[in-house]
Design a protein around this ligand. Sequence first.
Ligand code: ADP
Length: 422
Amino acid sequence: MPKPYVLQKEQELRIEVREGHSLTLKLVKGQAEVFGTDLLEQQIYTLRGQKLAVFSWEGCEVQLQGVGEPVEDAIEVIYESDDTPMREYANVHNLLQTRREAALASKFEGPRTMVVGQVDVGKSTLCKILLNYAIRRDCAPTMIDLDLGQGSIAPPACIGATPVEGPIDVEEGLPVEMPLVYFSGNVSPEPNPHLYRHHVERMAALLDKRAQSNAEVGAAGMVINSMGWIDGLGYELILHSLKTFRVDIILVIGQDKLYSQLSSVFRSDRRMNVIKLTRSGGVVMRPREYRKSSREQRIREYFYGPRNDLQPSSSTVPFTNLKVYRVGSGFAAPQSALPIGGQSYSNPLKVTQMLNMNDLLHMIVAVSHAQQPEELLSANVAGFVWISNVDPVQQTVTYLAPCAGELPAPFLLAGTLKTYFR
Ligand code: ADP
């Protein structure tokens, strides 16, 4: 039996679907949205293990129903709240929209916004809301995700960018047909911050060119999600990204210290606005284990699709067919493991070929757009393969790719990212 819920103006229904369970959501009447994506009346949306809020500006009635089980069994937590930061977030959207319109009229660049804060403060959620509200006003900002651990554009260990031209799908997330992706090979920038900075700089330079060649793209601006590591090296990398992308609006969620640090760093920069925003009480804290399993889920989705309906293809090739490289030493000691003031003297941006194919077992390896090994450092990636077997006797490697056929490019990049598809 479907279970009805009635929301008053500016109320939200917060739902945590149990991992591995699904339920359906239907808007019966009124206006409702999920992180800025308007729900269509009578359409059935399937929510798989998601944590989300159905928010209404005007009031609405929705129905929830379990898939093959009572709805109560599929739900971990559900409650209504009228204490939301949605008005604040809508005000930020209005500010961005005014800037976009002024930019279009004057042929200047539109707002470049970065959302910062610790993990689990609602950064990705705010990015979604701002992008969806921009789309409703016919703007297509570029979404950039600099979070290697929980990025929304590409599998883990990548930073990615994509123009967002349509509302973000409630079931499947961002539409990412042709994202610009750089693979660092690790879910944290800590082992090789030089590579992270290098990729951020490459990405910013390419997106600058794109913005300069199309006035509408430039005026729509950027919405940038950052990583939740905000201390020490993490903070330095955030500052580097802010400067490299020439961000002019920083949205700090729920962190007084970070807000005050950034306000004082940019005090004399008249272009810069640092705005503090409230963390929604609905944002769910995700323990380390959950974060790890959602990374594995992201990788699985890359190969098998979000609905588990894609058929990846397995190929076996001789060792000599695969030219796999690695940047830096790959297994370098993290900065924190070095003595104070200590420095690693190996070249962190050196590209070397991996000669021991056994090391590749169970690795996620990126297929680079590079045409020469020297280009591997700076080239973005076309896709990923998973190394399912290495046979030292036959001297062959078996890999899983999202589609059949030859790899689109000859050079591959590995790091330390492994998965086992349990
Ligand atoms: P961050 O990017 O800061 O790590 P997220 O935006 O990913 O945080 O939010 C963490 C989790 O909380 C996500 O699963 C998200 O869908 C969920 N969430 C965010 N806002 C709400 C809300 N208002 N109600 C219910 N769940 C929410």
